[in-house]
Design a protein around this ligand. Structure first.
Ligand code: NAP
Length: 245
């Protein structure tokens, strides 16, 4: 019998939550394609960790908001590792922090482009490929901000994450008959370099019912489960992993 390989593209896999997802997927038997924007050394370090348990891995520079770059990412993935069976849409940026009245439009535009257009472009390409090659699974990384709204912090960012929730629900219904599942993980406040104030996860700990911010490794298991056959009947789900927020 031919071995069924899991080949999963993780955007923003060079650090933070994306890097934890890459490591977890490798441990769970996936070959991994790491998409990263600028930090090649960080991406290569994660790739070395993915290869350690014997999995295959390539790191590919990509701006997920650029259609041609997204096509190159998926073409490289297929050429180097074979048909793509999974996509984790994870690469995201906050844009400006503060009140909307003070927000710089170019920063807001880049958050919209990366967090919304970038997810749509990657999902579009994944769906095209997976429809041809026998199906697969997509996990979008949203945020608890999608339902909290993030007043005073970044309302525009929360709006992009609400768009991620909505595209998950719609696309899940659109491609279910093609053998493609689409789900979402919505993290709360996680210790990564994402935050403009690096101590924000500590500062906000008392506002979180569980009493602390989360670690990237507390997100990656949920992603791996949604990609796995154990989640074969889950599609269109938004799984909140946010310490009660
Ligand atoms: P992070 O530490 O800032 O890492 C962001 C990653 O995205 C990096 O690998 C970065 O690549 C990549 N990236 C950024 N812009 C890109 C682009 N245009 N094209 C390709 N890659 C790009 O962020 P994180 O905290 O791990 O966040 C990951 C996801 O979780 C994001 O979608 C974020 O919105 C979401 N999230 C985070 C939190 C949190 O508290 N941390 C909470 C809820 C949701 P380079 O390093 O090469 O620049």
């Amino acid at each position: 019998m031919k071995e069924q390989r899991n080949v999963t593209v993780v955007t923003g896999g060079s650090r933070g939550i994306g890097a934890a997802i890459c490591r977890r997927l490798a441990a769970d038997g996936h070959d991994v394609v790491i998409g990263y924007r600028s930090d090649a050394a960080a991406a290569e370090a994660v790739a070395a960790e993915v290869r350690e348990p014997g999995r295959r891995c390539v790191a590919v520079p990509v701006d997920t908001a650029d259609e041609a770059a997204v096509d190159r990412l998926f073409e490289t993935a297929a050429a180097e590792l074979g048909p793509v069976t999974g996509l984790v849409n994870n690469a995201g940026v906050s844009g400006p922090n503060g009140r909307l009245a003070d927000a710089d439009p170019s920063g807001m535009r880049s958050a919209l482009e990366v967090n919304v257009l970038g997810y749509l472009l990657c999902a579009r390409r994944a769906v095209r490929d997976m429809t041809r090659t026998g199906g697969g699974a997509i996990v979008n990384i949203s945020s608890a901000a999608a339902t909290l709204g993030s007043p005073g912090q970044y309302v525009h960012y929360a709006a992009t994450k609400a768009a991620v929730d909505t595209m998950t629900v719609g696309l899940a219904k659109e491609v279910a008959a093609d053998g493609i599942r689409v789900n979402c993980v919505a993290p709360g406040i996680i210790w990564t370099e994402f935050h403009e104030d690096p101590q924000r996860p500590e500062r906000l700990a008392t506002t979180i019912p569980i009493g602390r911010s989360g670690q990237p490794e507390e997100i990656s298991g949920a992603v791996s489960w949604l990609l796995s056959d154990d989640a074969s009947y889950a599609t269109g789900a938004i799984l909140r992993v946010a310490g009660g927020l």
